[in-house]
Design a protein around this ligand. Structure first.
Ligand code: GUN
Length: 292
């Protein structure tokens, strides 16, 4: 069993990005500038956003955090989006989710210029991605793809089973795995909350990608011997033996599943670190106008 070390690969990616930024700077070209809109004070979002900004600074990107109160009117958020769409200094931006209930996610995503949508959530980017055209790829699935690629895991002709159909992970992940590209060219099955007998599907998976948000729900009896398992989940589980009182766990019961796998991502240190690196790669590719 080989661990898919997302921490190590993301460090390599960030180092590569840093070198590219230094080159841009030495040539007197524009330094990539990412903006993040954070509405309210959701604790998980605060952590993610702080990490995104810190990583930008580490590799030489400019980063701007725009904070809005959770009582902000939808129209004022849409105005801010429009302002960033038109600001030539900003190369890409994201609106951190979740948003407060009174704001429509769909309206906000549709308002973002596809040319600056480094999250890859706009329908135009999703469509372009599905059609194998240059597009901003959503950061988490893009990170998984890069991880598979850097470990030279062959995917063509393999059966990939994706658990979860969220717009951020499961759905784009399955489109990426079925595309005629490398990694890709899989036969893909998507399972979701209405799927009957999930285990009958997962047992056929050469590559199993789990993004259900259901902590440690994938057990050894659900996994084929020699499978590649990618765990996108991360949550806190109470653990009295830890000083913090909790440990981090994925959607896969790692200890019992890992011995059956050819490759598996750990949690933490698997998919998580790849996500931010992929967002920043998108931002740089946007600057270089490689995307549209
Ligand atoms: N919330 C959880 N993941 C993400 C992400 O990738 N992008 C944004 N904008 N919000 C998120």
């Amino acid at each position: 069993m080989i661990l898919l070390d997302g921490k190590k690969v993301s460090e390599q990616l960030l180092e590569e990005l840093k070198v590219e930024v230094e080159k841009l700077a030495s040539e007197g070209k524009k330094i990539p500038h990412l903006a993040v809109i954070l509405v309210g004070n959701n604790p998980a979002s605060e952590t993610y956003v702080a990490s995104k900004i810190k990583t930008c600074e580490r590799i030489g990107f400019k980063a701007t955090l725009i904070r809005l109160a959770d009582t902000v009117e939808e129209v004022n958020l849409l105005d801010k989006v429009q302002e960033l769409n038109e600001d030539p200094e900003i190369d890409g931006f994201i609106v951190q989710s979740p948003l407060p209930k009174h704001i429509s996610d769909d309206k906000v995503i549709n308002a973002i210029s596809p040319l600056k949508d480094v999250d890859g959530f706009h329908p135009e980017n999703l469509g372009r991605m599905a059609l194998n055209m240059p597009a901003f790829l959503p950061a988490t699935p893009y990170g998984v793809l890069t991880l598979l690629d850097r470990y030279n895991i062959s995917t063509a002709g393999k059966h990939c089973v994706v658990l979860g159909r969220s717009h951020i992970v499961g759905l784009p992940m399955s489109l990426l795995m079925v595309r005629n590209s490398k990694p890709g060219n899989c036969t893909v099955t998507i399972c979701h909350s209405k799927t009957v007998d999930v285990k009958s599907h997962t047992l056929q998976a050469d590559i199993l990608i789990v993004a259900t948000g259901q902590t440690e729900s994938v057990t050894a009896d659900m996994v084929k011997e020699g499978a590649v398992v990618v765990d996108v989940g991360i949550s806190r589980v109470a653990d009295a033996s830890k000083k913090s009182g909790f440990r981090l766990a994925g959607d896969v019961k790692f200890d019992e599943v890992a011995p059956k796998c050819s490759y598996i991502t750990p949690v933490p240190g698997g998919v998580g670190p790849m996500t931010i690196a992929s967002l920043l790669k998108n931002t740089l590719e946007g600057v270089k106008r490689k995307i549209h």
